[in-house]
Every structure is written in structure tokens, then in C-alpha cells.
Design a protein around this ligand. Structure first.
Ligand code: NAD
Length: 334
């Protein structure tokens, strides 16, 4: 009884804390704790809720995706929800992920995975009607996002018209808008020169740039987009595999990540992860982990979703580096 009471208290405290961190991170673009600390508290809350299902609540931060839409932008409803990803933090958790998939699919053979760097930016949906870009929206809470069409139209790597004869009448593409490291450095150097507060990290700079009410400001910011999945699609037969979807997006003129690889089994996923961990510093953009996705779209459909994430994908995060130092450094420089 007593134990339940203290678990209930800790759960309430964690929920309050995480809600506050979410608000600072997603709504104000002004995080107050490093991601690793946030992830640690989130895991603790997930663990407590799993061992005390009677204390579960639909409005817990474990059940939500991201943040709310800002009132200043029009709101957009995502007909296909934009979800988050489950996390893994060790090779054992990666193997457990593969095991869960095999059990659920009732098969013992190794599964094929598409491996992609996890870009640290903002998830965005682009809607193309008859090949023309008609809407850009943020993920928001996964169901309701912000209409940022005027801002995404200023980003050079986002085509205003798709190329090629086979473009479907309706195509919703999803991906990450991010700020490459070099652009981030020069943006912050200029901010310091003017005596303005620099951005904490490239993700934060991308979020702030994308949510400008004046698109002329967004147009001056060095943003890029990399596409990684489809949302709503009409009038097109889907390919068999996720990797083929990416190649098709690329053929239509959308950027995809050139580091993407298809491998078999959790061990090969681990090798890809280690290889990318070494390559990470040389990449021109920040990544905070690797995303592994079951490559077959048919198996993805069979696996489906849980409340806030697909069952067929996992984000294996890199260990926290000097995140706190980075946050503190910036504060001292101001
Ligand atoms: P997430 O960052 O763990 O992963 C999901 C997101 O990954 C997707 O929505 C997409 O935007 C992105 N992504 C990047 N590359 C991708 C790819 N190749 N394929 C698919 N998706 C890809 O989840 P989240 O819900 O966006 O954010 C939660 C994370 O944000 C937390 O784990 C934490 O690290 C951080 N956070 C930090 C604070 C803080 O105060 N520091 C607060 C809230 C959240």
C-alpha cells in the first residue's frame, strides 16, 4: 500500500516535470535540460507505469507525441498520425526489439532492416497535390500540427513541384528539417557579434527558424530537408520495401539520406550503428542515433502501432556526449 503510494507520488512528480520540459522544448524551443536527462526521466516514468498499470493515465507524457501547436499558426490535422519512435539505448535492447518482432510475426529467420541516421531536427509533413507543394506542417502533438507552408517554401531543397511522369495525384511526404553544422556555426557567430542570444544546438536553431511568423526570416536561415517516409498517398501502387519508397522519393526530386543501408538481423544493425558512431563527427549534420525500420511494407502493416510509435521501428540513441556541457557553455557565452 505504502509502496503504491510512493510510486504514485513519484509518477505524479515525473509527469509534472516532463510536461514542463516538453513545454520548454516543443513550445518555447528553449530546453532547460539535456536530452539524456529527459530520456532518463521518461524511462523511469515508463518503468513505473509498466509495474503499476493501475496508475496509468491517458494524459501521461508517455502517451503523447511531442508538443502542442502554437496558436499563431493555422492548425493542420494529420489524417495519418505523425508518430514518435521507441528508443533503445543498448545492444541488448536492440536484440530484444528484433525478438519482439520475430515473436509477433511468428518467424525465426532474420528480418531485413533499413538503417538510417536519426537526424536531430523537426519532423515535417509536405503535401503535394498533382505534383505541386500545397502545404507544409509540423508534427505538433502527432494529430494536430502547425501550418508552416510559407516557411517551408523558402527552403531550397524542398521542391515546389515534383519531377517525373509517375507522380501520384496526392502525396504526403515526411521527413526532418534540420540545420547543418556549418550553417549553425555561422548563424551563432553572427548572433554573438550582434550581442544576441545564440541557439543552444542545431535542432533548436532549426525549430526556431521554422516557426518564424515572418517567412523572410526563415529564408535567411540555412535549413535543409531530408525525407524518410510517406504519409497519405492516393493513386499510386506502393513499392514492396521502405528502401524502394526512399529511392522513389529521390527520383521525384526530394532529398533522402545517402547513408541509408539495408541489412539483415540485429547484429548487422549493431555494426551499422558502430560504423556511424565513428563517422558521426565527420557528418555535416548532427545525428543523435540510428533508426532501424523493418524494410518490408507488408510486415510493417502486420506489425502496426502502439500508442505513440510504430512497432516496426526503433531509434537506437547514441550515448549522451557532452550535452550538459554544451547547454552550460552556451549559457556562459551569453
Ligand atoms: P525522438 O527524437 O526520440 O524520435 C522520433 C523522431 O525522430 C521522429 O518524429 C522524427 O522527427 C525523427 N527522425 C529523425 N530521423 C528519422 C528517420 N530517419 N526516420 C524516422 N524518424 C526520424 O522522439 P521525439 O518525440 O521527436 O522527441 C523526443 C526526444 O526529444 C526525447 O527522447 C528527448 O531526447 C528530446 N526531448 C528533450 C527535451 C528536453 O527538455 N531536453 C524535452 C522533450 C524532448
Amino acid at each position: 500500500m505504502n509502496q503504491t503510494l510512493s510510486a504514485a507520488q513519484e509518477i505524479a512528480q515525473l509527469r509534472e516535470q516532463l510536461n514542463e520540459y516538453n513545454y520548454r522544448y516543443y513550445v518555447l524551443d528553449d530546453p532547460t535540460v539535456p536530452d539524456a536527462e529527459y530520456d532518463r526521466l521518461m524511462r523511469r516514468l515508463q518503468g513505473l507505469e509498466a509495474s503499476h498499470p493501475e496508475l496509468m493515465s491517458a494524459d501521461s507524457p508517455t502517451q503523447r507525441v511531442g508538443g502542442e501547436a502554437l496558436a499563431a499558426f493555422d492548425q493542420v490535422t494529420h489524417e495519418v498520425p505523425m508518430l514518435s519512435l521507441d528508443n533503445a539505448f543498448s545492444v541488448d535492447e536492440l536484440k530484444a526489439f528484433e525478438k519482439r518482432l520475430q515473436d509477433r510475426l511468428g518467424r525465426l529467420d532474420q528480418l531485413e532492416f533499413a538503417c538510417e541516421p536519426k537526424l536531430d531536427g523537426i519532423a515535417v509533413s509536405l503535401l503535394y497535390v498533382e505534383g505541386t507543394l500545397v502545404r507544409g506542417a509540423t508534427r505538433g502533438d502527432g494529430t494536430t500540427g502547425e501550418d508552416i507552408t510559407a516557411n517551408v517554401r523558402t527552403i531550397d531543397s524542398i521542391p515546389l513541384r515534383l519531377r517525373g511522369p509517375s507522380v501520384p495525384p496526392l502525396l504526403e511526404v515526411r521527413g526532418e528539417i534540420y540545420m547543418p553544422k556549418a550553417g549553425f556555426e555561422s548563424l551563432n557567430a553572427a548572433a554573438r557579434e550582434r550581442g544576441d542570444k545564440p541557439f543552444v544546438n542545431p535542432r533548436n536553431a532549426a525549430a526556431g527558424s521554422l516557426r518564424q511568423l515572418d517567412p523572410r526570416i526563415t529564408a535567411t536561415r540555412p535549413l535543409q530537408m531530408c525525407c524518410y517516409s510517406l504519409g497519405r498517398v492516393e493513386g499510386m501502387e506502393l513499392p514492396l520495401n521502405h528502401s524502394e519508397v526512399l529511392q522513389q522519393l529521390n527520383a521525384w526530386g526530394l532529398r533522402i539520406n545517402r547513408e541509408m543501408q539495408v541489412v539483415e538481423g540485429a547484429e548487422a544493425c549493431q555494426s551499422y550503428y558502430e560504423q556511424m558512431a565513428l563517422k558521426r563527427v565527420q557528418l555535416p549534420y548532427e545525428i543523435d542515433g540510428i533508426v532501424f525500420k523493418v524494410n518490408s511494407l507488408e510486415l510493417q502493416r502486420r506489425l502496426g502501432f502502439v500508442s505513440r510509435a510504430p512497432r516496426w521501428a526503433i531509434a537506437y540513441k547514441f550515448p549522451a556526449q557532452e550535452e550538459m556541457t554544451r547547454l552550460l557553455d552556451v549559457e556562459f557565452q551569453v
